[in-house]
Design a protein around this ligand. Sequence first.
Ligand code: GYE
Length: 359
Amino acid sequence: MKKKLIGLMAMTALLTSAVLTGCGSSQTPATTAAPATTAAPAATEAKTDAAPATTAAPAAGENIVVGFSQVGAESDWRTANTGSMKSTFTEANGYTLIFDDAQQKQENQLKAVRNFIQQDVDYIVIAPVTETGWDTVLQEAKDAGIPVVIVDRMIDVSDDSLYTAWVGSNFLQEGYDAVAWLEEYLAANNRGDEQINIVTLQGTIGSSAQIGRTNGVEEKMAAHGNWTMLARQTGEFTQAKGQEVMESFLKTYDDIDVVIAENDNMAFGAIDAVKAAGKTCGPDGDVIIISFDAVAAAFDSMIAGDMNVSVECNPLHGPRVAEIIQKLEKGEPVDKIAYVEEGVYPADTAAKIKPERAY
Ligand code: GYE
């Protein structure tokens, strides 16, 4: 593993502020990405004591070069995640970020990672589209001696040493949380024994966020003989596709009680489809809308009375990934797997909670 012994104290100080900024209520807006043509700095090593702790940014050429392969720009969650990464991995914080948008295609990610290897970056960070298909390219990164940090969704590899660390959400737990909310909600509305018909708008098939949420719901709803999953179909995590799939569900089934949308943007599309079909949704409506992510627009939707609940999925991973990289720079151990703490936000809490939200 390569290490650059440069201004670590200075960067640690900056990192601390990045953590506070990233997780607080005032996330700084995204900055422009470093051009992909930026070459990795030569492996010249400055001495640890060369950069005084008070120096804001290390001199040019000493930055830690991070290649980040992002899924795409399919959702509000993703936009917030990209913003968090870009506002953390700045030149001022001691990094050069090479950002690549894979447009939801794993083949683009494989190309991006191979590019990063060719440019001899210091760290490769991947938010993987799907879980499988990573073994070969990660072996190439390992052979090149470049540590790989996985963020957000997980990967499924035969050899765990192909990545150094992962940080993201417990998607299975999110699925459990959605069912727990529905159980309580139906009981509170004296509908615990009613026949409940559910449809699911799934995320990108094969992504951890889809797999965990689908499986979590399926596992927990097995205890409810009176709940039926009428249909599941992917809406690719986008609003447009979510709307399209919901329109077709509404044509096929006239008795949908619950929509589970595996992210907020698909829920927004589903809400439009429900309304266009002449039905109502939300706490006072015909159709219960359950969603995941809890982005700002979901709070607006809950406040407007359209969405019932959003299970939180925190996208502010920039400072978390930076913390991992800083530890690796110092030769400190890092957690192989780190889950982020998350909550559940029902509509009746939305107005109160919204001002505290950072994304
Ligand atoms: O829920 C969705 C996004 O992987 C957690 O991807 C992420 C998911 C998120 O498109 O909105």
